[in-house]
Structure formats: C-alpha cells, structure tokens
Ligand binder design. Structure first.
Ligand code: A3P
Length: 346
C-alpha cells in the first residue's frame, strides 16, 4: 500500500515537474524574444505607418513566426487578414544578385529584423518574360502578408545579369532600394560551377572540369563566353543598372564577410534601409558542424541554411586561379571606384 502511494506521488511530482520546466522554457523563450525587441523600435516614423508603437514589434514577431506562416500557407480567412491589417506589399528593397554571392543567407538574416518580411521563394518576375506578362498584380500576390509599416524584401539573383530587368524594376518603383551581395569573383565563379556540377551529377551526367570551361583551349586566355566568368564581371552588369538608378540606391554587401562576420554587414544593410538596428549577435551563432553562422530567433527556435548552401568546391589548378584573378583585377578596380566600396580582392 505504502509502495503504491510512493509510486503515485512520484508520478504526480514528475508530471508537475515537467509542467514547470515546460512553462519555464516557454517563458524564457518569450522573454528572450521580448528582450530582443526592446526598446520599441520607431519603425512607424521611418515608414510612415500609423500603428501603436508600443504594440508593433511584439505583434510583428508573433505574426512573423506563427500566424503569418499560416497566412502564407492559405490557412486564413479574409476576416483574419482584415482584422490584423495585413497586406501584400510590393517590395521596397530587392536583393538583385549576385548568384552564389550569399543571396539566401542575406535574405534569411535580414528576415530576423521585425520590420522585414521576406518573400520565401525566388519570384523571377522581372527576368522571366512569361511571369512579367502576368502583370504587377500577379507579382504583388506572390508577396507575403505583412503590416503596412513593414518592408517586404525579395531576392532573385538572375535579376542582376538579365538585360531587361533594370528598366522593368524602374517602371515599378524608381526609388526602390537595391542590394547586391558579391564575393571574390573567382571564388564566386567556382561556386557557380559547383552548383551546376552537382545538378549534372544528380542526373548521372558527366561534366567538364572547371579549368576546361574557364580557359579557352585555343588562346589559353580566360573564356569570357563562359557564364560563370561573365557573371563575375560585376562592373559590366552594374553599369547597365546605372542607366536607370543612381548609385545611392544600391548597397554592396561583402559576401565573403557575411560568411565570417555577418553582424557588421547586416548592420550596414539596416542603415541603408533606414531600419533601426535590431539584429544582434544573439541572433547569429557559429555552427562548427556546418562551418557557417546560423540563425537564432530565440532560445528554442534556430535554423541553419540548407545543405545546398556551403558546398565543398572542387580543387582548381592554382595557375587557372591566378589567371582568373589577374583577369578580374581591372574590373574589380572599376567596381570599387563606382560603388565606393573597396573589397581588397586579390
Ligand atoms: P558555397 O556553396 O559556394 O559555399 P546563394 O544563396 O547566393 O546561392 O549563395 C550561396 C553561398 O552563400 C554559399 O556558397 C555560401 O558560402 C554562402 N553563405 C553565406 N553565408 C552563409 C551561411 N550562413 N550559411 C550557408 N551558406 C552561406
């Protein structure tokens, strides 16, 4: 009898203990989020909204992490959308490239900011004629729900190198903010090659070695017809954009630094977007297994980028690397001069 009572008591204590630990964890997570959100950010004044300032960040966070997700999936009623003043807004900033520069990492990291809402998918509206023909309302409907005082950001790296895109974006919004994330051009070209190679291998296809594609076998010079090389001539593409937008509307993100030291790069972007500084070291932690920084929303929720980000690059003949670096050098100098950002690439 006494033994039975002891077991019963032990079980009860166990249940109570689990409940207490669960509640404590929940509270710590919430306090962690709240703590990150203090002091209340003056986003309204920056973006011209009329919301109750004291209410905005917490509500934004709740939506971004929970309800907003439901809205995105379509599990919501019109009444709910109306009740919470949610709208689908055209982007106020676009990450236009560069492919393999770290565009996904940049978007995900900016999305940590309570005033930023990301379009999860690459929409390819401006670079794809078929999509573009569907019209601006089609594009807007692809955007996530957000509060009017939040800003929507999308990324489609193909925009940077596609001829028609600058004019099309200009027609939508001539004062839009444009983000370009770049990496050392040779590393970016190898990363680009690695992605294509992986796709070929998945389909059991063989592919050329990087050296064979990057160097013209007839002239032994850099093969400027190879897309991965052309994409890395950043200044050539930027010059096309500058026919439509002044340089002040662009911000250059150092993709190599975003890998090793993301916070200062993100703080520069916050400044460029006129956002109050809200992303902190707390939100970014180095994951030794992945070899990259990952994202922390609170003590419970965190995530790393997918395995397709941060691939191991094949070894490339050092003489080819030297040749490519020499080739890119004058273009890089011009890029630094135009953008006012010196990146000290070799
Ligand atoms: P690699 O796969 O060559 O390493 P994009 O998103 O534009 O395709 O860029 C992919 C690159 O983002 C990756 O290139 C990787 O180096 C870089 N990157 C930057 N920060 C990262 C992070 N926190 N996690 C994973 N990859 C990151």
């Amino acid at each position: 009898m006494l033994f039975k009572q002891q077991v019963w008591l032990r079980q009860k204590l166990l249940v109570l203990g689990s409940l207490a630990v669960g509640s404590l964890l929940y509270l710590v997570a919430r306090v962690g989020s709240l703590d990150r959100l203090q002091p209340i950010c003056p986003v309204e004044s920056r973006f011209g909204g009329a919301h109750n300032q004291a209410e905005f960040p917490l509500r934004a966070l709740q939506f971004k992490r929970g309800l907003l997700h439901e809205f995105r999936k379509g599990n919501s009623s019109k009444e709910q959308v109306h009740l919470h003043d949610l709208v689908q807004q055209l982007p106020k900033a676009i990450i236009i490239g560069v492919r393999k520069g770290g565009t996904r990492a940049l978007l995900e990291m900016l999305n940590l900011h309570p005033a930023v809402v990301k379009a999860s998918q690459e929409i390819h509206f401006f670079d794809n004629d078929e999509n573009y023909a569907k019209g601006i309302e089609w594009y807007r409907k692809k955007m996530p729900f957000s509060y009017p005082q939040q800003i929507t950001i999308e990324k489609s790296p193909a925009y940077f190198i596609t001829e028609e895109v600058p004019e099309r974006i200009y027609k939508m919004n001539s004062s839009i903010k444009l983000l370009i994330i770049v990496r050392e051009p040779t590393t970016r070209a190898i990363s680009d090659y690695t992605q294509v190679l992986e796709g070929k291998e998945r389909k059991n296809k063989t592919y050329y070695k990087f050296e064979k594609l990057a160097i013209d076998p007839n002239t032994c010079e850099v093969n400027t017809k190879y897309k991965a090389v052309r994409t890395s001539i950043y200044t050539k593409h930027l010059e096309r954009w500058l026919k439509y937008f002044p340089i002040e509307q662009f911000h250059i993100v150092d993709g190599d630094r975003l890998i090793t030291e993301p916070l200062p790069e993100l703080q520069l972007v916050e400044k460029f977007l006129n956002l109050p500084p809200r992303i902190s070291q707390y939100n970014l932690y180095f994951n030794a297994t992945r070899g990259f920084y990952c994202l922390r929303f609170n003590i419970i929720f965190n995530k790393c980028l997918a395995g397709s980000k941060g691939r191991i690059h094949p070894e490339v003949d050092p003489s080819v690397i030297t040749k490519l670096r020499k080739f890119f050098h004058p273009f890089n100098q011009k890029f630094y001069q135009i953008t006012g950002r010196t990146l000290n690439w070799p």
